[in-house]
Design a protein around this ligand. Structure first.
Ligand code: ADP
Length: 496
């Protein structure tokens, strides 16, 4: 038994010292009972609907449309019409004005969006308020700046828009992923049909209100809601010139198969199993904060989450002890409470998947630690979890859990750290914690990951490209790189 465990046995959870509730008011959000699809600037009455819920309470928030292939077809036609009726020929400086307007309106209405994001998705309000919303607005601001400078970004290559972009996004950062997709597409002169994830459609539907407020021409952005079958209908549609997908590797592979040989442009941002590597010279308290942020941020529903902790053997006991102590201070519960650190799991399906993998971890022989924690009775919850004594072959070290579950492995030398970190089919992100600048640079060269964070984790910025290697996908979002998937280039500019 470690010192910490002995102490915990002696000390019951201090009930008198919990934080007083600090709930954010829901009044700022006005929900309708029922939503249709946003097509050609109008609400299209859906043929079929399904309820969307709050994962923290299981209450139904609204009925939303389950788009059929006919409804997807109407949305693609609206996007094509808007593309041909002027949007693609609008000067970049004019397109930029709309993007700037959208960014400002998102800032003005950020509280409303943050509350709705937490209600529908289960993430803590302090994250939706301080991370999702500011970054979503920043993305529109950033790409607004590029809209009239494409010729400078790609000199002598005559950049032109691709056409109609079909965009399919996941449920972990609903509004932020919408911004990552829509902002560069519009900046480059494309029009869009976007499908939010089935469990988190509400901020995308509220965003339609922003589009109207910004007076974006009808049909430039169309939003259809529904499950995977709606996404599949969008992928199959012959009128779509480019698909941008963020989601699971399994669905990404299916989309790639579907589009092979069609000429439709494709970018995929898929799963991950990132290594967060802690060397013995790292600032340990900072590293522990980085580990916590790396895996418990957004309940671990993060494709680039630092889900495999690789810690140098000489400091592993100290790091694990500090980490366990830190876990006892994480507050799990009501996403709308401003003190909450870990909110609700996004869906019953995801909770079942996390539970299955955690059971597999126990069966395979890893040692589990979960801090004492009272979970709400209703809704979907999972206690922040750490597994130690994990072997590389265990499912919890290989498969993406997409939940608040960390697997700890150790290493002795930098070479071993690299080998273990790269021992995964994925390659989205990694973290390195060390005081040595030269080691950071060496590690960044060795790690097969699209993003390598040094002495920090989960840090995002619209100017910085993001994307994967191997089964984590291809194409980059963010930065100047994020413009390319939405442009085609005139090869004649090279005389070829
Ligand atoms: P996860 O739920 O793990 O994030 P998914 O890949 O299942 O990953 O979901 C991501 C997005 O892809 C969602 O919007 C979902 O509705 C959509 N989707 C699911 N299956 C398909 C499919 N066969 N074709 C296109 N989109 C799909």
């Amino acid at each position: 038994m470690t010192d910490l465990e002995r102490k915990q046995e002696r000390t019951p959870v201090p009930s008198g010292w919990t934080y007083a509730p600090a709930p954010e008011s829901r009044d700022v959000v006005q929900l309708r009972d029922r939503y249709g699809h946003f097509v050609g600037g109008e609400w299209l009455e859906p043929k079929e609907t399904y309820p969307t819920i709050s994962p923290a309470t299981e209450e139904t928030l609204a009925e939303v449309g389950q788009a059929t292939s006919e409804e997807v077809d109407l949305a693609v036609k609206a996007a094509r019409g808007a593309y041909e009726n002027g949007w693609s020929n609008l000067p970049g400086s004019e397109r930029a004005k709309y993007l700037f307007r959208i960014a400002r309106i998102l800032q003005e209405r950020s509280r409303e969006f943050a509350v709705l994001e937490s209600l529908n998705g289960g993430k803590p309000i302090k994250e939706s308020r301080d991370v999702d919303l500011p970054l979503a607005a920043a993305h529109f601001f950033y790409y607004a700046g590029w809209a009239d400078k494409l010729e400078y970004a790609f000199p002598n290559r005559k950049p032109k828009p691709v056409g109609v972009a079909g965009q399919i996004i996941p449920w972990n950062f609903p509004l932020l992923m919408l911004s990552w997709k829509i902002a560069p597409a519009l900046a480059c002169g494309n029009t869009v049909v976007l499908k939010p994830a089935e469990t988190t459609p509400l901020t995308a539907l509220l965003f339609c209100d922003v589009l109207r407020q910004a007076e974006l021409p009808p049909g430039v952005v169309n939003i259809v809601t529904g499950d995977g079958s709606t996404g599949a209908a969008l992928v199959k549609h012959a009128g779509v010139d480019k698909i941008a997908f963020t989601g699971s590797t399994e669905v990404g592979k299916a989309i790639q198969r579907e589009l092979a040989g069609t000429g439709t442009k494709l970018t995929l941002e898929l799963g991950g199993k990132a290594a967060n590597v802690i060397f013995d010279d790292a600032a340990l308290d900072q590293a522990v904060e980085g580990i916590v942020n790396g895996i418990y941020f957004n309940q671990g529903h993060v494709c680039c989450a630092g889900s495999r902790l690789l810690v140098q053997e000489s400091i592993s006991d100290a790091v694990i002890e500090k980490l366990k102590r830190r876990l006892t201070t994480l507050r799990v519960g009501d996403p709308l409470d401003k003190n909450t650190d870990v909110g609700a799991i996004n869906s019953k399906m995801q909770l079942d998947r996390i539970t299955e993998l955690v059971e597999a971890g126990k069966e395979e022989g890893a040692e589990i630690y979960q801090p004492p924690c009272r979970l709400p009775e209703k809704g979907y919850w999972f206690v922040p979890t750490v597994f130690t004594n994990v072997a590389q072959s265990y499912r919890i070290a290989q498969e993406e859990i997409f939940g608040p579950v960390l697997s700890v492995l150790t290493f002795r030398t930098p070479e071993e750290a690299v080998e273990k970190a790269n021992n995964t089919p994925y390659g989205l992100s990694a973290g390195v914690w060390t005081e040595k600048g030269s080691r950071i640079l060496w590690m960044a060269q060795q790690l097969k990951a699209g993003v390598v964070w040094a002495n920090t984790y989960n840090r995002f910025d619209p100017t910085s490209p993001f994307g994967g290697y191997k089964e984590s996908g291809y194409g980059r979002e963010g930065g100047k790189h994020g413009l390319e998937p939405y442009l085609k280039f005139d090869s004649e500019a090279f005389g070829g």
